[in-house]
Every structure is written in structure tokens, then in C-alpha cells.
Design a protein around this ligand. Structure first.
Ligand code: SF4
Length: 448
């Protein structure tokens, strides 16, 4: 079987590329070109039917990932299925199943069967989880078991995987030599792999046998997302030498994987102050040859716990604006607890909004909906406005809960409604469209 990348290189248009072109309102030739260059990936395991087709990368709408999964404290398959359904209903584009406790095969299969979203995971979790169960010691993990596991999980229908190939002895040495880490190690899979390498004295098998990883992924045309195990877990660690070392290696591996015909993404960067986000995106894009960038947050402050879905949304809007392609949501429970269904809802909503804000600046030519919403608001066409909003039911709920005396206004200003007064004064003057100067006197609505 050939991958989407290999087919695109032969200039062949596949149904998946066609679908992405339709969804994004772009010419299919453009999609083919970008897939061939490795700038767009389409995570879609051909062994799983009924899967939503999602393109991720250059020129496309910024996508949102929701992550769910059990922990050793809260392990309930029904809850994870509920969270999956909430994530999809709220508009997530992809889902990561990140369970670390319970019957991991059963959770993964239940989650895949309960959604049409492309599903990804981190295979290291199960490799270490199963090793602990069998031996009580994660550092006894057998690399052969890990490779078998990657294949077994893909056979269940996963479409992408975050695999920590870039945590190698070189990156660990950079970490040790810099002699600080305010946020410690923030990646579960990465930290277990580092512990394994420290104990065994061996190189990371996912790095050492990278071609083997690519070969397995290619069999399922799954997207290999290069996990960042040394990502910054505090803004004071942002772009420290250890993080950057792993980033360089991941970008190098992205090129090697792409040359081998495997669809590749790069992950990053964790906690990053706002002034460094643009530089981070630029580095990833330059060093990887514009591989799609899957960002975790970034979280631009370390003091927002409890409302970190908002903290991360601020960082996410900036990262989307500068070129991030897929944003992993953060929920209000981040750093505090396993998210529940309501946390998932809030996380997806905040991240979708952030992605939209980023796209408004990333693609200035795609602002038509914003303009239509502004006009509906100006003209107090509430129903029209509702149909254009990202969260219409929220808007309706709030407005209905405090209904105004005069239906055209709202209870914020009541008789002092500036919209109503302003349009009464200037409807004939400001009802035009700046993109069509000849129509400058055409009143559009006038609402007063
Ligand atoms: S009452 Fe105030 S907030 Fe409400 S529509 Fe009028 S100007 Fe806007």
C-alpha cells in the first residue's frame, strides 16, 4: 500500500485529498502539491471505515485536538467514551486516546468505536504500563514489545501516533549539562523513556531504529507525530538547550521520515512566553522543511492553573497566527486533575476559539464570517447573528436569561443602546461596504 504522501508525489489525486480540498474550499491540485511536499498530512487509517477526513498543514484551517484517557486514580471506560463524544460534538478535529491505566486495549477500542474523528495515541504509555504490570519495573521494557505494540495499536484503527523518537542520549546530555530545569520533565512518555535509557545505558530504540518505526507507520498510512519528551514545563525553561536539542533532532527525523514516504508531523513546545511563540514556530517550520506543527498549548504563563484553558488559548491564538497547524487543547483541569466531560467541553471551545482567532490573522482573506457577524450585530439582527456565531446556544442562553424590554436591544445598555442610536443617525452614511466604494450610500439594514 502506498501512503498519501507517496501517491501525491506521483501527482495522483486520492479521494482523501479531494475531500480535504472540498472541506477547505481549495483547489485539489494545491492539496496534492502540499501533501507531496510533506506540508499537509491526512491522518486516516485505511483499515477503519467511516472516519472523518481531516487535513492538517499549510494553507488549511488550524485544527484542534482533544485528548482523553484514564489515569491510575480515575479509570472508567464509560467516562472516556463520554468525553470522546463531548469532544466530537463540540467540534474537535482529532482525538488522542492517552489512557495510562486499566485495560488499555479495551479503552482504545471503545474510544475508536465511539467516534468518527481520527484517533491518535502515545504507544509508550502502554509499553511501560504493561511492563510495570508484568515485572513491576518500567526500565525492563523490551524494545521488541514496543515495536509489536505500535503495530497492534495501529491495527485497531489509529490514524496518528505521538512517538518520542527525538529523546536520545544527545538530548539527555544537554539537559544534564545545562544544570537547571524549573519545570522538570513534563512528558509522561518522554520521562519513562529517559528513565529506561538511564537505567539500561542504551540509546532510545525509537531513535536508533527510526526507519523501522517509519516502516510500521507506513503500513497503515498513519501520521508519525514526533513527540517532544523534553518539552518545557515552565516558561523559564522555554527554548533551553535540552528542548532545542530535541527539536533539532525531531526536525531532522521529520525530513528522514518524509523521504521514506511516511506522513510526518512535529510536536512542540509546552510552556512558552508570548514573545517567544513566533520564533518557536519559525524554527520548527524552517528546520523541518515546513512539516505540520502540532503544538501543545503553548501555555504562556505558569500561574493560571484552574483556568489554564484560557491561558493556553491565548498562546494557541498566537501560535495559530504564526503558523501552527494543529493545537492540542488544554482543559481547566490542566496541572490539577484528570479532566471530566465538562472540562473537555470547555477545553475544546476555548481552543476552537483560539484557532479561529489565529486563522483570522493567518488568512486575512477569510474574514467574511466575522464581517457578516459584525453587520448583524450592528443592525441588531439577532437571529442572523446567532447563525454566524461559533457558540450560538451560549449566546442565546445568556440573552434569554436577561431579556430586554425592547426586543431589538439587549439589557447591557437598554435605552442607551449605541447601536440603535448610531444607526438612526448614520444609516445612510455608514451602511456601505469599503470593498465596493461605489455602493457607499447603500443602507444595509439600519436597525433603528
Ligand atoms: S444595548 Fe448595548 S450591548 Fe446591547 S446591542 Fe445595544 S449597544 Fe450593544
Amino acid at each position: 500500500m502506498e501512503t498519501q504522501l507517496e501517491l501525491a508525489r506521483q501527482n495522483r489525486v486520492t479521494p482523501l485529498m479531494q475531500r480535504v480540498a472540498e472541506d477547505e474550499n481549495m483547489a485539489v491540485e494545491q492539496i496534492v502539491r502540499q501533501v507531496a511536499a510533506g506540508r499537509i498530512v491526512i491522518p486516516n487509517n485505511p483499515g477503519r471505515s467511516g472516519q472523518k477526513v481531516v487535513g492538517i498543514g499549510t494553507g488549511l484551517r488550524t485544527k484542534v485536538n482533544a485528548s482523553i484517557g484514564t489515569s491510575s486514580d480515575i479509570c472508567d471506560i464509560a467516562l472516556e467514551v463520554e468525553k470522546t463524544r463531548v469532544a466530537e460534538a463540540e467540534g474537535a478535529d482529532t482525538l488522542m486516546e492517552l489512557s495510562a491505566a486499566g485495560d488499555l486495549d479495551a479503552v482504545r477500542r471503545a474510544v475508536i468505536h465511539s467516534t468518527s474523528l481520527p484517533v491518535g495515541n502515545v504507544p509508550l504509555y502502554q509499553a511501560f504500563h504493561d511492563t510495570i504490570r508484568k515485572t513491576g519495573d518500567p526500565t525492563r521494557m523490551d524494545p521488541e514489545y514496543l515495536f509489536d505494540l505500535i503495530e497492534k495499536q495501529l491495527a485497531d484503527g489509529l490514524s496518528f501516533m505521538a512517538i518520542h523518537c527525538g529523546v536520545n542520549r544527545y538530548t539527555i546530555e544537554r539537559l544534564r549539562r545545562q544544570k537547571f530545569r524549573y519545570g522538570g520533565l513534563a512528558s509522561k512518555g518522554g520521562t519513562f523513556m529517559v528513565a529506561w535509557m538511564e537505567k539500561t545505558g542504551r540509546e532510545n530504540p525509537l531513535y536508533e531504529q527510526f526507519d523501522r518505526v517509519c516502516g510500521i507507520m507506513k503500513k497503515y498510512d498513519a501520521v508519525l507525530s514526533l513527540g517532544n519528551g523534553i518539552r518545557a514545563g515552565a516558561i523559564h525553561d522555554s527554548h533551553d538547550r535540552a528542548q532545542v536539542a530535541e527539536m533539532v533532532i525531531n526536525c531532522e527525523l521529520a525530513e528522514i521520515g518524509r523521504d521514506a514516504g511516511c506522513q510526518m508531523m512535529v510536536e512542540g513546545p509546552g510552556h512558552v512566553p508570548m514573545d517567544e511563540i513566533q520564533g518557536n514556530i519559525m524554527l520548527e517550520k524552517r528546520m523541518s522543511g515546513n512539516a505540520p506543527y502540532y503544538v501543545l498549548g503553548p501555555i504562556p504563563a505558569d500561574t493560571g492553573a484552574g483556568l489554564d484553558h484560557i491561558t493556553a488559548a491565548v498562546g494557541a491564538a498566537s501560535s495559530a497566527r504564526y503558523g501552527a497547524d494543529l493545537i492540542c487543547y488544554i482543559t481547566p483541569a490542566e496541572h490539577l486533575a484528570l479532566p471530566n466531560a465538562e472540562d473537555v467541553r470547555q477545553g475544546v471551545r476555548a481552543t476552537r476559539l483560539a484557532a479561529r482567532i489565529g486563522d483570522i490573522s493567518k488568512y486575512p482573506e477569510r474574514r467574511e464570517t466575522e464581517k457578516m457577524a459584525a453587520l448583524a450585530r450592528r443592525d441588531m439582527q439577532w437571529q442572523d447573528l446567532e447563525s454566524l456565531l461559533m457558540f450560538p446556544e451560549e449566546a442565546r442562553r445568556i440573552r434569554d436569561s436577561r431579556a430586554p424590554e425592547k426586543a431589538e436591544t439587549c439589557t447591557m445598555c437598554g435605552d442607551f443602546c449605541a447601536m440603535k442610536k448610531g444607526m438612526a443617525l448614520f444609516a445612510q452614511d455608514i451602511g456601505g461596504d469599503k470593498q465596493a466604494p461605489g455602493r457607499s450610500t447603500a443602507a444595509q439594514g439600519g436597525g433603528a
